[in-house]
Design a protein around this ligand. Structure first.
Ligand code: HEC
Length: 210
């Protein structure tokens, strides 16, 4: 997008202004070519808008195949823009809108929470849960994080004591078990079994007693 603006649109405009000032003949090709690049850029508007607000949708960038999710959303929203462009010119084709909707629904389907249906067979005690938090979470969520990027606890969430963990189980269920968007980008390598242990512990009442 920036390349189109810096290397084609602005130079073409400058050349046209220069020609007009010096009463030289205007080259219509310059305007047409800049217009074409600007038209290309218009296809990026919806994908770029999505990227700008995407920090509110961790199930997209936190997905294991986040690059594929971004590709599908970009194609779907560019297709939607194509439909709107065609409609403006009064030449909309029937297949474009359903294709755009289908692509966007595909992205919603891939990023939908995949509920962990495995059953909890044994009673999980806090002594099994605590080491998981120590190993997978407190590198970031502690009053003194050791993570190489986060030097203060993200969102002010700390798991320094067992009580800190027990009072935040709703959010933990959401982010670790349902949406699987924590640990962030799974930087600390939590395993599916560990997610299940956390899920069972919360479902069984999240007690701190062993
Ligand atoms: C690499 C650093 C990192 C690790 C490791 C990490 N988190 Fe996070 N966590 C973050 C960041 C950054 C945010 C804020 C952005 C967001 O909500 O996605 C966050 C937000 C959260 C939130 C949402 C808080 C709110 O206010 O809504 C919860 C819950 C959470 N983390 C739980 C955990 C749990 C449980 C673990 C371990 C299984 C964990 N995190 C591991 C970085 C991390």
């Amino acid at each position: 997008m920036a390349g189109n603006v810096f290397f084609v649109i602005i130079p073409a405009q400058k050349a046209l202004v220069h020609a007009a000032k010096n009463k030289l003949p205007l080259d219509p090709w310059l305007g047409k070519y800049a217009g074409l690049r600007s038209y290309h850029n218009n296809y990026f508007t919806l994908p770029v808008l999505f990227i700008m607000v995407s920090n509110h949708f961790p199930s997209t960038f936190g997905h294991e195949y986040n690059w594929a999710v971004l590709t599908v959303i970009s194609l779907g929203s560019a297709a939607l823009k194509h439909y709107l462009n065609q409609k403006e010119k009064g030449e909309a084709e029937a297949w474009v809108l359903p294709l755009a909707v289908l692509l966007i629904l595909t992205a919603a389907y891939i990023t939908a929470p995949n509920l962990n249906k495995e059953k909890c067979e044994d009673i999980v005690t806090f002594s099994e849960v605590y080491p998981i938090f120590v190993e997978r979470c407190v590198t970031c969520h502690s009053s003194q994080p050791t993570d190489d990027f986060y030097t203060t606890p993200p969102n002010g969430i700390v798991y320094d004591t067992p009580e800190d963990i027990a009072k935040l189980t709703d959010k933990i269920m959401q982010r670790v078990v349902i949406t699987k968007t924590m640990p962030q980008n799974n930087k600390t390598g939590i395993t599916p079994d560990e997610r299940l242990v956390i899920k069972c512990w919360i479902e069984q009442g999240a007690t701190l007693k062993d």
